[in-house]
Design a binder for this molecule. Sequence first.
Ligand SMILES: [Fe+2]
Ligand SMILES: [Fe+2]
Length: 413
Amino acid sequence: MIRKIPTKSLEVGMFVSDVGRAWFNHPWKTKSKYISDRSEIDELVNFGIDEVYIDTQKTLKPQEAPSASSKDLPYRAKEGSYRVRSQPIAPKPEPVSALEQELPKAAKAYNRALDTSKALVAACRMNKRIEVNEVQENVDELVESVSRNQDALTALIKLRRFDDYTYTHSLNVSVLSIASGKTLGLSDKELKILGLGTMFHDLGKCRIPAFILNKPSKLTDEEFVIMRNHAALSAEILIEQKLPVDDLVIKVARHHHERMDGSGYPDNLKGADIPHLATICGLSDVYDALTSDRVYHKGMLPHEALKFIYGLRGTHFQPEWVDRFVQSVGIYPPGSVVELNSGEMAVVMEINHSSLLSPLIKVVADPNGQLYSRPKLLDLSNPDNKDTAIKAVITPKQAGFEPSYYFNIKGQE
Ligand SMILES: [Fe+2]
Ligand SMILES: [Fe+2]
């Protein structure tokens, strides 16, 4: 019998039949195996996997199921708590879209770029030379992925929000910038420059004292001055190292905090004086910072972050740039969990860029929270589905399931 239990309740000898995550989203080489050592449980816990599916019939040393798993918690779970259920696992559907076909390639490109991003931070901290060709190669792969499918990489950063912000932030800003640059009609050459500049945009933070960077409370005026210097420092590091990069790469790094009304830094540039690529980087930067979980705050849901950014329209950012950014990332990005007017739960599978409120969704649970064994794919832009509407966006924790599970990625085993 397949049961879903809290990861912390795992015991040596139990058989984990599914970690409930896509292959790129958990620390094991396979998603099912016997627990032979407590360290394997710790691995899952440290990875942020709160629940797993076990096959009780395969448990080597029969244990009583942990008490939490036998409680039938109410469907409307309280904020921050998981519902625990022992329902059959939903079958993995066949690939349904170009996005799903691109996801494995996007994941490989993302993972490679993440390694490079880590190496970049380390090199900067130790004052070593930056391997710019390696970074450019990774960026080129990101651009190629976005060219094949605009949303696969942005879906991926929405689905895997567990890595350290220090390393993922620049990469995520790069992905978001390339995707919105594509919406804006930039050439591949410009996208590659934008991708490289965004990967370097916060490099200067390696020269900012950690106690300021990680301070959970408000910075003092003096600390704020030091912090704001990171953008100029990012550009200086690139110049110091005499890296063979386009001037625009350095400008993206220096000017990503400039704002349309001149309130930004370091040069208080205004309007058209701000390089366009730096503005794209700035929008992606704000979006990623708002939607990321940090030690001191929980990340906003995408639609909340876009609402915040919309409030900066006409002051910090030119209106048309904000509109294009929203069109690119979508109000409900793939991987969002939504509640429908029917009370059912659905996962957003694809953005409809010409009708952002009508994405392609997969209806996965009934109004009582019971997972469907056959989730239904529904195109909300199809007139036949005009009576179905998104009522609210909820977190995976509130929903009680992991949305990445519904993205069928080849090579998952
Ligand atoms: Fe920055
Ligand atoms: Fe940043």
